[in-house]
Design a protein around this ligand. Structure first.
Ligand SMILES: [Zn+2]
Length: 175
């Protein structure tokens, strides 16, 4: 249960839920598989209407499911229980990690295949492949300094490490 609750927090953050709320969800569901809606509202510490909005968003994203239980002895007609949809959570997290990996891979290919020039004065001014640098006469369009060839070893190494890290996470998620 613990692992899936951690993944839940990741999944929530990846769809734009506040980190604070995601942490509370993780806490609530790390011990319980199924939680009463009123308990979730209480744990989140937000208005019931906003808690319900979040819950239905999670249902829409296929991260959570609910069931209604009719309670004859209660003054309310029914109680709502929410459970984690483990498969949905796994699927979402995997999809997000794969997307990140794909972007990093594209960036790595670009960095590896292109000769890249940047402003000698301030790299954030301009960074471009050699063909574009030629078109600029190797002059920074921002400040007029020379464009010089970038040392890419560190970038390539860091990108490769990140990709490896994501690969490890993905293979861990497959288990
Ligand atoms: Zn410049």
């Amino acid at each position: 249960m613990r692992k899936i609750a951690e993944l839940l927090a990741l999944a929530l953050i990846s769809i734009g839920i506040d980190e604070d709320i995601a942490d509370k969800f993780e806490k609530t569901f790390s011990e319980n598989n199924e939680v009463l809606e009123s308990r979730i509202v209480e744990d989140l510490g937000v208005e019931p209407a906003s808690a319900r909005r979040i819950l239905f968003k999670l249902q829409y994203e296929n991260i959570m499911r609910y069931r209604k239980v009719t309670n004859a002895e209660s003054d309310r007609n029914h109680e709502v229980y929410w459970t984690l949809n483990k498969e949905g959570i796994l699927k979402l997290v995997k999809r997000r990690v794969r997307m990140m990996r794909q972007n990093l891979q594209k960036r790595l290919e670009y960095e590896t295949s292109e000769i890249i020039y940047e402003c000698a004065n301030e790299p954030t001014h301009a960074r471009m492949p050699i063909s574009d640098a030629m078109a600029q006469n190797f002059i920074c369009p921002e400040c007029g300094a020379s464009l010089i060839q970038t040392a890419k070893e560190n970038i390539i190494e860091n990108l490769s490490k990140l990709i490896e890290l994501l690969d490890n996470i993905l293979s861990d998620l497959e288990k």
